[in-house]
Design a protein around this ligand. Sequence first.
Ligand SMILES: N[C@@H](CCC(=O)N[C@@H](CS)C(=O)NCC(=O)O)C(=O)O
Length: 203
Amino acid sequence: MLKILGRKTSGNTQKVLWCCDELGLAYEREDYGRGFGNNHEPAYLALNPNGRVPTIVDDGFVLWESNAIVRYLCARHGMGTLCPPELQRRADMERWMDWQQTTLRPRFHALRDALQNSNPPSDAALDILKQALDDAWEILDAQLAKHPFIAGASLTMADIPFCYIVNRWHRLPIERGGLTHVKAWYDRLCERPAFRRNVYEVG
Ligand SMILES: N[C@@H](CCC(=O)N[C@@H](CS)C(=O)NCC(=O)O)C(=O)O
């Protein structure tokens, strides 16, 4: 059976848990990572030398990097639903998945870390971080103006990696003006039981 190693409070693990739930996959999950203190033990490092979560083991096949795991699971179990068979449709979705990791994620973490810092930066510095994140959200907002989900009319693997960021961004103590399409998309995600179970209710 598919095994998922990672604490459920980890945003990157939430991508994999939500994905499995949307696909209706059975799996076993074991707690690894912050608080559990076992992700730097030799047995875990032998699977994932980064000592980060999540890692999956699927019939002996070991994979780490959350977005690579989502791609793998969707291609294996969601061909024609979460993963399209057409190469160009798939490349379009993978582009958004990469953009989540390389563009949105660092800007979100920069703002959130600054807000949570016991010695927070000045308002002007916070405004710069917030603007950088809003600039990225604007790009996604324009995409979501075209259709209800990132890559079309229904949920696909393109949406999955955004789960924890859009959820946690809605909980930051900041003004979230505009971005109406991002907000409507988040409301749409929150209507999905699998999203609520694995992301919204965990935080
Ligand atoms: N690029 C990796 C990042 C993995 C990562 O940084 N995971 C965090 C949790 S979201 C982690 O392992 N933190 C340390 C810990 O939980 O002990 C991925 O997407 O899987």
